[in-house]
Design a protein around this ligand. Structure first.
Ligand SMILES: [Zn+2]
Ligand SMILES: [Zn+2]
Length: 180
């Protein structure tokens, strides 16, 4: 989470009902594949869904118990690893944090738009991973999941405030922008 964003906006966190609904969907999806949403897995997923933003493993350990009890890091990491291999959670390498996925829309390839200013993390339909899959298959490799991470600025943080200080900056990495 970043606190330095001066743009005064935020994505409203999921309501408890929405979190519960997503947990039910995740449990159903796991059950269909013979898996189980055990209490630690459920708790980790619940924390990530409620946060609505990427959360680091240390923070998950700290928040695991609502009391002052301290969770075993191994419990948290095991649950994260399981949820990740099931596609219910993505690990964002650039942030060293985890984010919950929409259990109703599992995707082998997901792209996250990360905002450098406010820390927002927005999933979008992924770019076509077909050529990558084909190249991997030619090398005898099976890709199980792909996470694309794009870094830049979200719509709210791109809005000019006092001055046009950001004009001319290419925030999306699409290439150099012609100078005015
Ligand atoms: Zn901002
Ligand atoms: Zn932002």
């Amino acid at each position: 989470m970043r606190s330095a964003c001066p743009h005064g906006h935020g994505i409203p966190p999921a309501t408890p009902a929405q979190v519960e609904q997503a947990l039910e969907a995740a449990a159903a999806r796991l059950a269909a594949g013979g898996g189980r949403l055990t209490p630690p897995r459920r708790r980790i997923l619940e924390l990530l869904l409620a946060a609505g933003a990427p959360v680091g493993a240390y923070d998950l350990v700290a928040r695991f118990h609502s009391s002052s009890r301290v969770a075993k890091p191994a419990t948290v990491y095991r649950a994260l690893h399981f949820l990740e291999t099931c596609g219910l959670v993505h690990r964002l390498s650039t942030l060293k944090a985890y984010v919950a996925c929409d259990p109703d829309q599992p995707a082998a390839a997901t792209t996250f738009l990360l905002c450098d200013c406010c820390g927002a993390c927005r999933p979008i339909p992924s770019a076509d991973a077909g050529p990558l899959q084909a190249a991997a298959a030619a090398a005898g490799y099976v890709i199980e999941r792909i996470t694309f991470e794009a870094q830049g600025r979200c719509a709210a943080c791109r809005r000019p405030r006092a001055g046009p200080s950001q004009v001319g900056l290419s925030a999306d990495g699409a290439g150099p922008v012609a100078a005015p």
